[in-house]
Design a protein around this ligand. Sequence first.
Ligand code: ATP
Length: 432
Amino acid sequence: MWIGVDDTDSSTEMCTTYIGIRIAATASDMIIGYPRLVRLNPNIPYKTRGNGAISFHLGEEGNKRIKIGHYAGKDIYSNGEEHPLPSSEEIKKTVISIVEELYVHGEPNTNPGIVFLKERPNPEFYLRCLREDVPIDDAKAAIDKIGGEYVQINIGRGIIGAAASIAWEPGLHTFELICYRGSIHVNLSRAEKLEAAKLCDAYVGTFNNMDMENNTPSIFPRERTPVLFGIRATNPEILLTIFNDLRIRFNQIPEDFLIYETNQGTDDHIRAGNGFRIDGAGIAVEGRIMGRPRRMRGGHLTGELASGNDTITFLVFEPSKKFRNVFENLNEGDKIRLLGSVSRGNVKVEKLEILSLSHIYRRIPPVCDVCHVKGTNRGSGNYLCSECGKILLPEYEKVTRNIKEGRFQPPVSARRHLSMPWEISGTMEEVK
Ligand code: ATP
C-alpha cells in the first residue's frame, strides 16, 4: 500500500515531514525502502516553503532490515521481517488520526490531503506536478483511475502533492536526514550551528549543508518548526555516520530523526521542462551571449542569449551574490548553457555553464616603422604618424578575459531544492 500526505503546515508552524516521522514510527518494519520527500513545482503560489510532499510504501518486504530513523525511544526500521500487516483499514485509520491531530487547524492556506493507493499513478503525473499548476480534479482523476482513495481536509489541495509524491519514479535520488526537536527546547549558539554544518560538509557525498559564501549553516531552517535540522547527501549510510558524530559533539541534539529518499538535487524539474510554452517549467538552454549582461535596480542582473532563432532574456537575482559577477564578465559571442525556470518567457537562472569564450580584440595605436612613434588617431579608425605624416593601419591586441570556461552556481542559500549542485553532478547512480 502507498500512502501520501501533503499540505499540513503553515508558514510558521509544523512541517509535513514531522507527520512523516510519526507515521513512520507506527509503521516501523512495514516500510519498504525509505519514506519519500518529494519536491514539486517550485513556482506554484500555494506552497508554504519548499513545496514538499511525503509518501510511504508499506508491505511485507522482509529481506534487508535497515535502520531509517528513531522516534520516542525506539528505532524505526524498513524492510522488516515478514509479519502479518495490520489490515489496510487499520493503517488508514492510524494515518488519518495522526494527520488530524497534527495539521495546523484554522489556517485558510492549510488544506491537507491524504492518499491511499494500491499502485502508483503514472509517473507523468509527477512530471506534470513539477512544471504545471495541476487542478485538484486532475489529481482525483489520477487516483480514481487506479482505484485509490483520498481524504480531503478543508479543500484538500494536498491530495495533488500526496499523489505526485507516490507517482515519483526515481531516476536519480538523494537523501535527507531530518532531526526533530519536537517540543524539546534546543539552544545551539550560532558558532555551534556553523560548526555542525561544516562538519556535515566535510564528508564526501554531502551537499547544500553549509553556505560558505554567506557563512550560513543551511542545515538549520529559518522558521521555528519541529525540525531542528536536515542534512543532505547522495547516500543514506553517510547520513547515519554524520548524525552519530553530531550527537557525540553536541549533547543537546535530540535522538529523533528520519531519513527520507528525495528528488532534491536531481534537476528533475529541468527534465520535466517543456520549452517556453509553460510558465514555471524548468529549462536548459544553450546559446551565445548578445551584447553584455547588465545590472538592474535592486541588484538583479539581466542579459540576452541568442539560441537558434530565439532571443531569450535571462534574469539573475540579487541573492545569487557573486554568481552575478560571472555574468558581468560575459561578452558578446560567449557560448553558454543556462539552467533555470521559465517566467513570462524569460529564464530565471539557477545554474550556468560557460562552454566557450569568444576572442575579444582591442584596437591600439600603430607605431610608425620609420619614425618609431605612436600614430595619432584621426578618427574613423585612421592613424597618422605625427613625425612623417604617413597613414598607418590600426593594430589589434587580444584582450585577456577574466573568466574561464566552467560551471557556476549561486551560493547554497540561493539554490532551489530541486537544483542539482554542480559538485554532485555525475556522482549519483541511476536508480534501477
Ligand atoms: P512544506 O515544505 O513545509 O511541507 P510546502 O511548501 O510543501 O510546505 P504545502 O503546504 O505543502 O507547501 O503547500 C503546497 C500545496 O500545493 C499542496 O496543497 C500541494 O498539493 C499543492 N501542489 C503542489 N504541487 C502542485 C502543482 N504542480 N500544481 C498544483 N498544486 C500543487
